[in-house]
Design a binder for this molecule. Structure first.
Ligand SMILES: NC(=O)c1ccc[n+]([C@@H]2O[C@H](COP(=O)([O-])OP(=O)(O)OC[C@H]3O[C@@H](n4cnc5c(N)ncnc54)[C@H](O)[C@@H]3O)[C@@H](O)[C@H]2O)c1
Length: 253
């Protein structure tokens, strides 16, 4: 087990990629804090981990609420005396080009996709610095390295996550803290439900993905969990400030 005795916080772990990442970290011995705004989903992830023989606890929190996030992280640090891994994953997608996107949607994208990663990292940093080690993984997206049609709020936030990751990595490497970014492409989770509806259903989106992605299909969450495990474990011990794009070749063409 490559994460034995480590304490990991995963935001947005109540569903999709975050849940798959939480499950694989627990499988490898980490105690996982399943941080999510949705308490039923957070409990479900924690119970799946327990059923598989791992240990977890849920932390019901809106990561955009600075005080609640600070208090939640402080409680974890006090209870466990360590935080080894922070995976900043919760995020949302707001559609629209410059003129169409709701300004409030742009603000939410920024606050959830960028600012919440910034705040959570800031709250865990003293604990990691004191330990002289730690790993932060920020979820960006293939939209962090690509133009994405009429998605100005999303792409702006996801590009910013990469800039912030590189900056944090440079500033904190001397404290033994590594910071990398994950850029998934199309992954089959509830996250894409609004886009599926917009496209006119499941077969329409699958046709679209088959055309856009060289591997011709979505990723299953398990195919993103393995790269997550690589990035949060010592398997990537000499890697910091990097982005790992896992997109079936979408960015190649
Ligand atoms: N699924 C994809 O195709 C895909 C592709 C690229 C990047 N991503 C990124 O992955 C992340 C989520 O994707 P997913 O597929 O796992 O989504 P998902 O919808 O399956 O899960 C998102 C989780 O985040 C939680 N959440 C939302 N707002 C929150 C908040 N304010 N505080 C705490 N928790 C909150 C939700 O309750 C949910 O459990 C996002 O950052 C997204 O940009 C997803």
């Amino acid at each position: 087990m490559i994460l034995k005795d480590r304490v990991a916080i995963v935001t947005g772990a109540g569903s999709g990629i975050g849940r798959a990442g939480a499950l694989i970290m627990a499988r490898e011995g980490a105690h996982v804090i399943v941080a999510d705004i949705d308490s039923a989903n957070a409990e479900e992830t924690a119970s799946q981990i327990a059923k598989a023989g791992g240990t977890a606890e849920s932390l019901v929190v809106d990561v955009m609420d600075d005080q609640a996030l600070d208090a939640g992280i402080a409680k974890i640090a006090a209870r466990h005396g360590r935080i080894d891994i922070l995976h900043n994953h919760a995020g949302s997608q707001v559609a629209g080009n410059l003129e169409e996107v709701a300004v409030s949607g742009f603000d939410t994208s920024w606050n959830l996709n960028v600012r919440a990663h910034f705040m959570a990292s800031r709250f865990v940093m003293p604990v990691m610095k004191k330990a002289g080690k730690g790993v932060i993984l920020n979820t960006s997206s293939s939209s962090g390295v690509l133009y994405d049609r009429e998605m100005i709020a999303y792409t702006t936030s996801k590009h910013a996550v990469i800039a912030m990751t590189r900056q944090m990595a440079g500033d904190y490497a001397r404290f033994g803290i590594r910071v990398n970014a994950l850029c998934p492409g199309w992954v089959d989770t509830p996250f894409n439900a609004p886009f599926i509806a917009q496209m006119g259903g499941r077969s329409a989106i699958e046709g679209y993905i088959a055309e856009k992605v060289p591997l011709g299909r979505w990723a299953d969450v398990s195919e993103i969990a393995e790269p997550i495990l690589f990035l949060v474990s010592d398997r990537s011990s000499y890697m910091t400030g990097q982005i790992l794009v896992v997109d079936g070749g979408e960015t190649v063409v």
